[in-house]
Design a protein around this ligand. Structure first.
Ligand code: ZN
Length: 588
């Protein structure tokens, strides 16, 4: 047994409190999962780190920093690389610029940033100079987009990283960032909303962005989001909160900067933690904006099934909302006033327009039938509407900028959810290119030696899996009289992604998962000739009951068939006897 397996076994023993049996993961890859000494909970699943942090702002930050210290080193070095390359400022200058934002950061966010710095530095996280990370490193990481906006020339549409004018393959007029859509009502198969988004970033960020964090704060909503390690906001632009709000984003190019506004990262985190509706999200984002991180904010409210896109510029904005429809988003400013403010063109002159066209083709093809599985297909789509052929590149919903300019940039993940999953704060996610194709460093270096950066790593996509907040599940196994059935073996399988666990019931007839991701589960109990089954929607901490009964008394399909055969034979003999008796009487 490897050390890891022993740790996993010990963990599950600990989690199955009060039990005498080990909980065995029955399928799927579970590398480890354990309460972390920092007070958080740590797991890994299908290429993602998967953590829970709980408590006051400093506790939340400390647990985050402690569990993700190695990835925080990577986040900072990746953003330092991008900032130096595209804006010509090094990390020390970046942190100096970031200090200007501290006065705009509310106390609870300051405490969380300090907690992240403390946990990360205690666990070995280093800045690019090799010093332990501190408050200003974490602040600069969080404020990186605000810094880029401020550093860039206002109105400059040539802002996006891969297209820095100093690079040999500079491609103006084609900023590319993320692909997304949200559909609801008569657009979807079941009428509930479906929302999908894939993150496009330079590949040297991988795997620092591949983290799901379940934040259980003392105040406001619980937040479940994909996060770039070290950020108090998502940075990958996917959030869901306990008020039923799902938030995703695709970024527009830069526009005017408002010097005395509140940084975008502060407003985004505040909105995720305190907004409970499309209206309150919009209000928080519009309040004292600094104009940075202009974007399409896709919103879905699981309580009302209404969806929206807030297209947010610096001064201009437009809120499009509906309970029946399909809203595409792909870094393309669809509102003429926002586009004008940003100095962006509309139509085919805009580099992101080909994806806008493709999303509308897919909408027209599937309207009325859209499910999460269509969402997965859209995010992995390679149809290029410029050349009208399959051609994975910067024009396609699954981004492969490496095939266009050679710059290692494109889709790094895919996330899809629907209304019923969002009510549990659950999503489907895939690590790596949305289509499943790998990015291999040596192949890329041979084809594009000018972009063979030292910090690139292979990105091998993983299958889609479901992610959601952790909760406590107790399962009671009882017989038909309600008496406990100790030692029953429970199989608990997610109906979403098929991950399953086995658990043996203790002497009191109860088994407990202290930490299990929320999902819809089928729980099957077996002991000797007794079986029972229940479908359980784990939306929060709960107790499921499996009623078990003996099988021999009931008819199986085989025995019923034999019985029916015998009955037909008996009736046949009686009928034949009556027929013969009648005939005999007539012939008399
Ligand atoms: Zn692809």
């Amino acid at each position: 047994m490897s050390t890891l397996s022993k740790r996993a076994a010990a963990l599950f023993l600990m989690l199955a409190f009060g039990l005498t049996s080990v909980v065995v993961p029955a399928s799927g890859e579970i590398v480890s999962g354990e309460p972390h000494p920092s007070g958080g909970f740590y797991w890994e699943k299908e290429g993602f780190r998967y953590v829970q942090v709980i408590g006051g702002p400093n506790d939340i930050g400390y647990q985050h920093g402690s569990m993700l210290a190695d990835l925080i080193t990577r986040s900072i070095s990746a953003y330092a690389h991008a900032t130096e390359r595209s804006y010509g400022i090094d990390w020390r200058q970046t942190t100096t610029l970031a200090m200007n934002y501290w006065i705009y950061v509310p106390q609870e966010q300051r405490d969380e940033i300090d907690g992240i710095a403390r946990g990360a530095s205690e666990n070995g996280a280093r800045d690019p100079q090799g010093d332990p990370v501190d408050r200003w490193d974490i602040l600069a990481l969080n404020a990186i987009w605000d810094i880029w906006w401020r550093t860039d020339m206002p109105g400059n549409p040539w802002w996006w990283l891969p297209f820095n004018t100093n690079l040999p393959n500079y491609e103006p007029r084609t900023p590319h960032h993320c692909s997304a859509f949200v559909a609801t009502g008569n657009a979807t198969a079941d009428g509930g909303f479906v929302l999908g988004q894939s993150l496009w970033m330079p590949y040297f960020l991988s795997p620092a962005h591949a983290v799901f964090i379940d934040i259980v704060p003392d105040t406001g909503n619980r937040i479940f989001m994909e996060v770039t390690a070290g950020m108090i906001w998502s940075g990958t632009e996917y959030y869901t909160n306990s008020a039923g709000l799902v938030i995703a984003e695709t970024t527009l190019g830069t526009g005017p900067y408002r010097w005395f506004g509140t940084p975008s990262f502060v407003r985004l985190r505040k909105a995720a933690q305190y907004a409970d509706s499309i209206d309150s999200f919009t209000e928080i984002m519009l309040e004292s904006t600094n104009g940075a991180y202009c974007g399409d904010y896709l919103l879905a409210d699981a309580k009302t099934n209404e969806v929206a896109i807030l297209e947010l510029g610096a001064y201009e904005y437009e809120l499009k909302r509906t309970t029946n429809g399909f809203l595409p988003s792909c870094n393309y400013p669809w509102d003429p006033e926002v586009a004008e403010e940003m100095g962006a063109t509309q139509g085919w002159d805009h580099g992101c327009y080909p994806r806008w066209v493709r999303l509308q083709q897919l909408r027209d093809r599937d309207y009325g039938n859209i499910t999460v599985f269509h969402g997965m297909e859209y995010l992995g789509d390679h149809y290029d509407t410029v050349e009208n052929r399959i051609n994975p590149c910067s024009h396609t919903l699954c981004g492969h900028v490496e095939n266009a300019s050679g710059y290692p940039h494109g889709s790094m993940d895919a996330k899809v959810t629907n209304r019923s999953m969002a009510l549990r704060m659950e999503i489907w996610a895939r690590f790596g290119h949305s289509c499943g194709q790998p990015f291999l460093v040596d192949v890329h270096a041979r084809e594009h030696p000018e972009y063979a950066f030292d910090d690139l790593v292979d990105i091998i996509p993983r299958p889609y899996a479901s992610f959601s907040p952790f909760s406590r599940m107790e399962v009671l196994a009882v017989d038909e009289e309600g008496e406990p059935v100790p030692d029953a073996v429970l199989n608990i399988t997610s109906n979403i992604d098929g991950y399953s666990f086995e658990l043996v019931v203790g002497p009191g007839g109860s088994a407990v998962f202290e930490m299990i991701p929320r999902s819809e589960y089928t729980i099957t109990g077996t002991k000797g000739d007794m079986t029972g089954r229940v479908v359980w929607d784990q939306k929060e901490d709960s107790t499921a009951v499996v009623v078990m009964s003996s099988t021999p008394g009931s008819f199986s399909l085989g025995s019923s068939t034999v019985l029916i055969g015998v009955l037909i034979l008996v009736f046949g003999i009686i009928a034949a006897a009556m027929f013969l008796a009648l005939r005999h009487r007539r012939t008399k």
